[in-house]
Ligand binder design. Structure first.
Ligand code: NIG
Ligand code: FE
Length: 388
C-alpha cells in the first residue's frame, strides 16, 4: 500500500488533545502520513518520515473530514415552490413531507440512487467524508426497504425512519401505521439499517408512539436517534435520553429539564441550523447546551423540504453567527461531534489508526469557515486515503 505525506500544514486540527493544543489538538507547521485508508503518523513537519507520495499544503489549514450525522438523501422531486411560498410568509408544516413521499414512491430505484449519489458527491466535494442517510419518504414496507437498500450503497450509517409521518393511507388509523412500522416494515428494514429514528413532534408521532417505535427497533438491534423538539416543546429529548439514543436531533425548543437531561446523559444534541435557515425559524441555543455540559454535533439535515443543503461549512457559519458557537466549537461539533453522534471513534479525528479522512482548506485557519461564509474553501479531500 502506498504512503502519502501531507506536509507544510500551517494549522492542523487533529481533535485529539493529546496531539496538540486545546480541545482541537491544534498543531502548527505539521505533517500527516496516510498509509492506505489509515493515518499512520501525525507530528511536526520537520520530523516527518519519508513517504511514497508527497502533498505540499503550502501553509494551509488541514482538518478531519466532516461527519454529517443527519441527512435524508433518498427522495425524488424538490419543493422549490414550497420554499418560495415560505419566504413570502407561509409557515413551515411537516405535512410538506407528503409531497416528497408521493414523488419518491413514483420514482424508479435508478432515479433515487442517482439523486442520492449526486448529493453524496456534492457533500464530499465540500469535505464530508462520513454521512448518515435516513429513509422516510417511502412509508410503505417496499418503499422504505428500497430507500434503505439505496442508502446502504453509499454509507454504513443507515437509519430506518418509517416513522417520519403517518403514511397517507393510514391518516384515519395512526395506530395501525405504528403497528406496521413496528412490525412488517421493521422486519423488512432492519437488515439494511444501523439506526432507528422517529419524528417525535405534534403532527407526526407523540411520545407514546415514539417510545413504541424506538423500543421495537432496539429489540431488532437498531440503535435509536430521535427527531426531537424541532417545531415546539415536547417529549422527544427526554425520551431520547431515557432510551439511550445516540442523538436527539434539532433540539430547537428546550426546557431547562431537557437541557439538564442532555447534559447528564450520553445522548448527543445534534443541531441542524440549515433547517432554521430554510424555514426562517429561531435557531437552537448551542451556547446554552455547551454551558450546561451537553455534547453537541452539527449536521446538515439535507432534505428537500426543510434544509436543502449538503454544505457543512455553511452550517458551521450559521452556528457561529446565530447559535453562539465559537469557530473552534463549531468545527469540533461538525467533525468529532458528528462522530460521537454516530458512535464512531475512527472518524472525526486525525490520529494514528484513524481513517484517513482529511480536508485541506484554501485558508490558513479553520476559523475561515465561519469568517468567510459562502466561499468554497475546501481545496482537497481524501476519504479513506483516496483523493475525492
Ligand atoms: O428533519 N423534521 C422532519 N424531517 C425533516 C423535514 C422533512 C421534510 O420537510 O421533507 C427535518 O427537518
Ligand atoms: Fe431530519
Amino acid at each position: 500500500m502506498a504512503t502519502t505525506l501531507i506536509t507544510n500544514i500551517g494549522s492542523l486540527v487533529t481533535n485529539d488533545p493529546e496531539l496538540g493544543a486545546g480541545p482541537l489538538g491544534l498543531l502548527r507547521d505539521a505533517a500527516l502520513v496516510l498509509d492506505g485508508d489509515r493515518i499512520v503518523w501525525v507530528g511536526a513537519a520537520a520530523s516527518a518520515p519519508d513517504a511514497d507520495n508527497r502533498h505540499d499544503a503550502e501553509g494551509r489549514a488541514v482538518q478531519p473530514g466532516f461527519v454529517d450525522s443527519h441527512s435524508h438523501l433518498v427522495f425524488a422531486g424538490d419543493r422549490t415552490a414550497e420554499f418560495d411560498a415560505r419566504m413570502s410568509g407561509q409557515a413551515y408544516q411537516a405535512g410538506g413531507i407528503r409531497t416528497t413521499v408521493a414523488a419518491t414512491r413514483a420514482a424508479s430505484e435508478q432515479q433515487l440512487a442517482a439523486n442520492a449519489g449526486r448529493l453524496v458527491g456534492e457533500a464530499a466535494r465540500q469535505g464530508t467524508t462520513t454521512i448518515e442517510i435516513k429513509s422516510g419518504y417511502g412509508l410503505t414496507v417496499a418503499d422504505e426497504e428500497r430507500a434503505l437498500r439505496i442508502a446502504s450503497a453509499f454509507t454504513a450509517e443507515t437509519t430506518y425512519l418509517g416513522a417520519h409521518i403517518v403514511a397517507p393511507e393510514y391518516a384515519e388509523d395512526p395506530a395501525g401505521y405504528v403497528d406496521l412500522v413496528t412490525g412488517p416494515m421493521l422486519d423488512a428494514c432492519a437488515p439494511h439499517a444501523r439506526w432507528v429514528d422517529v419524528f417525535c413532534e405534534r403532527g407526526a408521532f407523540d411520545g407514546d408512539q415514539a417510545r413504541a417505535i424506538l423500543t421495537a427497533g432496539k429489540a431488532k438491534g437498531l440503535i435509536p436517534r430521535v427527531h426531537a423538539n424541532q417545531l415546539g416543546h415536547g417529549p422527544g429529548v427526554q425520551l431520547a435520553v431515557e432510551l439511550g439514543a445516540a442523538s436527539a436531533d434539532h433540539c430547537t425548543h428546550l426546557t431547562d429539564a431537557d437541557v439538564d437531561a442532555l447534559a447528564a446523559g450520553d445522548t448527543v444534541a445534534t443541531l441542524l441550523p440549515g433547517a432554521e435557515f430554510s424555514t426562517r425559524a429561531v435557531y437552537p441555543d448551542a451556547r446554552r447546551l455547551l454551558a450546561a455540559g451537553a455534547r453537541v454535533a452539527l449536521s446538515t439535515d439535507c432534505n428537500p423540504g426543510s434544509s436543502f443543503t449538503t454544505s457543512m461549512p455553511f452550517c458551521i457559519a450559521l452556528a457561529v453567527r446565530d447559535m453562539g458557537m465559537t469557530p473552534d466549537e463549531a468545527l469540533y461539533a461538525a467533525t468529532a461531534g458528528g462522530a460521537r453522534a454516530l458512535r464512531r471513534s475512527d472518524v472525526g479525528v486525525l490520529r494514528p489508526g484513524a481513517r484517513a479522512d482529511v480536508v485541506e482548506l484554501d485558508a490558513p485557519s479553520h476559523v475561515h469557515l465561519a469568517y468567510r461564509p459562502g466561499v468554497p474553501l475546501v481545496r482537497a479531500v481524501w476519504r479513506a486515503g483516496v483523493a475525492v
